[in-house]
Design a protein around this ligand. Structure first.
Ligand SMILES: C[S@@+](CC[C@H](N)C(=O)[O-])C[C@H]1O[C@@H](n2cnc3c(N)ncnc32)[C@H](O)[C@@H]1O
Length: 285
């Protein structure tokens, strides 16, 4: 949703933008091109993504700086960079294509790999740790709440029976267990929701999101823009609630913005994207 992001920045004075989710640096590149006065600080908790973004944005020299950190630590990142109040802060949540397409990162139920799912491989705790150690009820709640999966209890019961036989260490085995537990013929792969839930839990994504939004609202300059793209309803609920309820912010997207038909056709992964934008109020009543 690059065009929509640029649209919300058009006509505003962008000297400093923070991209809290640098990924491959795609959004950063477009902002650097559209705003020749701008400097961009990118953040990513995945060291591979930091390297990739640094490489792809080399031509912009000191205008582009990429930091290895979690956006929950946004305030510390800005302090360390000696940055003033940003004119805009962007969150493009979720995983990037290279993470999803690399079997040994363990995010994909389509590729066989270790059941890892950590965005930051120096962090403690993999998806396999959750799957093999959580009590059945906690596992069921997690899959239900973070995956919106109505068969969560049954899936948790089958996982627990299977792990007693042999610990679950690979994505292919977990996907097969979930498909067997659900036995449905839905439009999407039966393993989708369980994998999503485990990824969110492994990376504590909801806590990260709340901390990142809070720091962003606190640090933006008056009239600065907070732009958030989310990919599933749990994330979007948090974003929508935060933007509406925080007295420092004024929501600019009365209705959530969805990708154009052309973008959804060209990029199936973008289909579920939801964009919300708020402006920092000049004075808080
Ligand atoms: C959808 S991709 C961003 C793609 C990017 N906008 C681009 O144009 O290439 C999301 C990225 O955010 C990173 N990420 C997710 N949660 C994060 C967090 N809490 N802190 C820092 N980076 C995070 C992921 O590692 C991933 O690279």
């Amino acid at each position: 949703m690059v065009a929509e992001v640029l649209g919300f920045l058009a006509g505003t004075d962008v000297r400093l933008l923070v991209d809290a989710t640098a990924g491959l640096g795609g959004h950063m590149r477009e902002v650097l091109l559209a705003h020749p006065e701008a400097r961009v600080i990118g953040i990513d908790r995945d060291a591979d993504m930091v390297k990739a973004a640094q490489e792809s944005l080399k031509e912009f020299g000191t205008r582009a700086e990429i930091v290895h950190a979690a956006f929950g630590d946004l305030a510390q990142v800005l302090d360390r960079a000696g940055a003033g109040a940003p004119d805009a802060i962007l969150f493009d949540l979720g995983v990037s294509s290279p993470q999803l397409d690399t079997a040994d990162r363990g995010f994909s139920f389509r590729l066989d790999g270790p059941l890892d799912m950590r965005m930051d491989r120096s962090a403690q705790g993999t998806a396999a740790d959750l799957v093999n150690r959580l009590p059945e009820s906690e596992l069921g709640n997690l899959i239900y709440e973070l995956g919106d999966e109505r068969h969560a209890r049954r899936i948790a019961a089958v996982i627990v029976a299977e792990r007693r036989r042999d610990p679950i260490r690979t994505t292919a085995r977990l996907a097969e267990i979930v498909r067997r537990a659900v036995r449905g013929r839905g439009r999407i792969d039966a393993a989708t929701r369980t994998f999503q839930a485990l990824r969110i839990a492994t990376n504590r994504e909801i806590d990260q999101l709340r901390a990142g939004l809070e720091a962003a609202a606190a640090r933006l300059r008056p009239e600065g823009r907070l732009i958030v793209i989310s990919f599933h309803s749990g994330e979007d609920r948090v974003v929508k609630g935060f933007l509406r309820e925080d007295p420092r912010l004024r929501v600019l997207t009365k209705k959530v913005v969805k990708p154009s038909d052309a973008e959804a056709r060209a990029n199936p992964r973008a289909r579920s994207a939801r964009l919300r934008v708020a402006e920092r109020r000049s004075a808080v009543a």
